[in-house]
Design a binder for this molecule. Structure first.
Ligand SMILES: Cc1cc2nc3c(=O)[nH]c(=O)nc-3n(C[C@H](O)[C@H](O)[C@H](O)COP(=O)(O)OP(=O)(O)OC[C@H]3O[C@@H](n4cnc5c(N)ncnc54)[C@H](O)[C@@H]3O)c2cc1C
Length: 445
């Protein structure tokens, strides 16, 4: 079967892989250009990953942080959305090889004039894939829902557990990795235990739950200045989180976690609910593109792209977002932070290059504009480092709230999340505390 192109069209064909933060910006900034765009994603929705941890802790429902890709581009006649997984690339033939998703038939191949790949990243378990089944992460909606079920099921199991030691294990929650996601997760679990659930059980007191945040470095939030790390740690302690820095996880199984300290002493923690928030690795698409072009990859699997985000020897192929490192104008690879603003700016930049080329104009190298760093810890507690201005407490939290509402896709989602947050703030409640799916106990025992 030949490669599919938009029928009868002589417009320039742009294929964008990935409807995440980078891909979405690329499409949005090309839709008024004289091009035909096909957006390929293996999901039919854009996921606002910065809030998946709130789904994992019952504060928000899945539909409030995800938005259908078709709905985003419904008014743009030159944008086609294709539900399919990209399996491979034929860069010489300028074609993608596709696989069908959810039994929805898709073309086997898809041709392009310009290709923009923004496949993102996923959590890595430092070579210990076997840990994944005991320590779920919150990158996808499905895994966030699995975490939600595990956390809530742990309280249920503790309620029915007569043995004190076993009960303590159910009520010990371990979060691995004290980056922004780990800090946010630990803070939310603490609020769930100390606040939301405090009157819901009869034999246990959820406020007695232990929430441990484990980090190999010597402080939490290492991407922030040390003074803000210290403030974040104090806020976590106020919430009842025990911060264990300088500890490396060396084992995770169904019954708990084994840690190793700087002194090489091992420590065993009995826990039935472990959340993984450490280490990410680039999408497998980066590896495929590196093999085909000979481009370098770093230890996190990121492919090195040129200063204009294109692949070496393939000016018609852009790669961006979490899956890349970018060469600076001096030729040195630079690993930018794996955050949404980097991917969004790169998506907009790639669209700008395509538009300029169509007009026969030059376009400068990509430059990242760092707008700052934000992390929330709990109710009215957050830290922010915005262009050297360091905020903490309520002001940082209000900034975090506004920024997240602003970037959430869809007016309806913004309104729903605002209402949910206001309601939760006033009542200390969490409306989505549901145990769903067949995941929990059979996996844990
Ligand atoms: C839990 C969590 C919290 C975070 N919090 C923050 C935060 O507070 N602030 C912040 O700035 N950043 C945050 N980030 C990071 C931010 O989400 C990423 O940096 C950003 O999503 C990267 O954008 P991207 O376009 O590169 O990839 P993504 O947004 O991950 O998009 C990749 C897309 O590609 C699709 N895809 C992948 N492979 C294929 C394939 N083979 N075929 C078809 N489609 C494919 C995926 O389905 C997905 O839609 C967080 C990340 C996580 C996981």
């Amino acid at each position: 079967m030949g490669a599919i192109r938009t029928s009868g069209s002589r417009e320039h064909q742009v294929v964008v892989v990935g409807g995440g933060f980078g891909g979405l910006q690329a499409v949005s900034n090309l839709r008024r250009a004289p091009v035909e765009i096909t957006l390929v994603d293996r999901r039919n929705f854009h996921l606002f990953q910065p809030l998946t941890y709130q789904v994992a802790t019952g504060a928000l429902s899945p539909g409030e942080i995800a938005y259908p890709l078709r709905a985003i581009f419904k008014r743009d006649r030159n944008v086609r959305v294709l539900l399919a997984e990209v399996a491979d690339f034929d860069l010489d033939a300028r074609e993608l090889h596709l696989r069908s998703v959810s039994a929805v038939p898709s073309p086997e191949r898809l041709g392009y004039d310009t290709l923009i790949v923004a496949g993102g990243s996923h959590y890595s378990y430092f070579g210990h894939e076997e840990w994944r089944m005991h320590a779920a992460e919150v990158k996808s909606l499905e895994s966030a829902l699995a975490v939600r079920s595990r956390l809530l099921a742990a309280f249920e199991a503790a309620e029915g557990e007569p043995n004190a030691e076993a009960r303590d294990a159910w009520l010990t929650f371990v979060v691995v990795g004290a980056g922004p996601t780990g800090v946010e997760m630990a803070g939310q679990i603490a609020e769930l235990a100390r606040d939301t659930l405090r009157r819901d059980f009869r034999t246990i007191d959820p406020r007695r739950a232990r929430i441990l945040l484990v980090e190999a470095a010597d402080r939490v939030l290492t991407s922030f200045p040390p003074s803000l790390s210290a403030k974040a740690e104090r806020s976590l302690q106020r919430l009842g989180v025990t911060v264990l820095t300088g500890r490396t996880v060396i084992g995770i199984d169904a019954a708990g976690v084994t840690l190793e300290g700087r002194d090489e002493n091992e420590e065993r923690i009995a826990s039935r609910a472990v959340v993984w928030a450490a280490g990410v690795t680039a999408s497998g698409l980066a590896g495929k593109l590196a093999e085909l072009t000979g481009a370098e990859r770093d230890s996190a699997g990121r492919i090195t792209v040129e200063a204009d985000l294109t692949l070496p020897g393939h000016p018609e192929v852009f790669a961006l977002g979490d899956m890349v490192r970018v060469r600076d104008p001096g030729g040195e690879p630079v690993a930018l932070p794996g955050v949404a603003p980097v991917a969004m700016q790169q998506g907009r930049y790639a669209a700008g290059v395509v538009r300029a080329r169509l007009r026969g104009r030059e376009y400068g190298a990509f430059r990242y504009r760092d707008k700052g760093n934000l992390a929330t810890i709990g109710r009215a507690a957050a830290v922010a480092d915005i262009k050297g201005v360091r905020l903490s407490g309520f002001l940082a939290w209000a900034t975090w709230l506004l920024v997240h509402l602003w970037y959430l896709i869809g007016f309806q989602n913004r309104l729903l999340v605002l209402i949910r947050w206001s309601f939760s703030f006033a009542t200390h409640g969490r409306g989505a505390r549901l145990i769903t799916g067949a995941s929990t106990n059979s996996e844990q025992r």
